[in-house]
Design a protein around this ligand. Structure first.
Ligand SMILES: [Fe+2]
Length: 231
């Protein structure tokens, strides 16, 4: 199965933020990414979050996400997208997926593989982020029991998709508060082959307990941050 992957587009009308995020250029980059994924014969496109960035008005944020929606729904490729902290700062999950015209992903079972999409837009007190209230350094996944049960039922290989980081190599301010617990669950299942993440814009690659951890570089900070992964 061939996946087309991109992350951290941070699309907005701003030309540049944080001195290196070229927000407004991301719309064209997303368009080009879909052309590339079509050419490569991808089966599925995965966006690992932070699709948009904030604007002065919610209407403008809605319009921006609508522009992205036109691109992702224009071809034949199916797209799944986990929310990032910037998406959750602007939208509720319901709004976000309604505007995008896709459903919130949780699990996809295909070709004997299980793709698990995790929403880690939670504060460590267990409350979900809400519009105007998110914190990129306070990230958590409260449903670890559900993850454990899910992995027990998996019969083939499993793959995890999440915006924020659980790779132990990545700085703790980018990592989930309970990343150690989650990594323990993934390792003891013996079924997880890879974890795909965004959030840490430089990107990183590592391996722990036989699991590959791939953190993809941010689209807003790079010219060619589009990736094809065979799983
Ligand atoms: Fe980001």
């Amino acid at each position: 199965m061939k996946l087309g992957i991109f992350t951290d587009a941070h699309y907005s009308s701003q030309e540049v933020t944080c001195s290196k995020r070229y927000n407004s250029r991301s719309l064209e980059k997303i368009r080009n990414a879909y052309r590339f994924f079509e050419q490569e014969g991808c089966d599925l496109v995965v966006c690992l979050g932070d699709l948009i960035d904030k604007e002065d008005s919610h209407q403008k944020e809605t319009d921006n996400l609508g522009e992205v929606a036109k691109i992702i729904n224009s071809g034949s490729l199916k797209t799944v997208c986990v929310m990032g902290n910037h998406d959750a700062f602007a939208f509720t999950a319901e709004e976000f997926y309604n505007i995008l015209g896709i459903s919130a992903p949780e699990v996809i079972e295909t070709e004997g593989k299980t793709l698990i999409f995790i929403d880690a837009c939670y504060f460590k007190n267990g409350e979900h982020y809400a519009p105007g209230d998110s914190d990129w350094t306070d990230t958590f996944y409260p449903h670890t029991d559900r993850l454990k049960v899910l992995l027990e039922k998996v019969t083939g290989d499993a793959f995890i998709f999440i915006h924020q980081n659980i790779d132990p190599d990545v700085n703790s301010d980018h990592r989930l508060f309970n990343s150690d617990e989650i990594n323990g669950i993934l390792a003891s299942s013996g079924k997880v082959k890879a974890v795909f993440q965004g959030h840490y814009h430089p990107g990183h690659s590592s391996s722990h307990n036989g699991i590959r951890y791939a953190t993809f570089p941010a689209m807003c900070e790079n010219e060619d941050a589009v990736f094809v992964e065979e799983i």
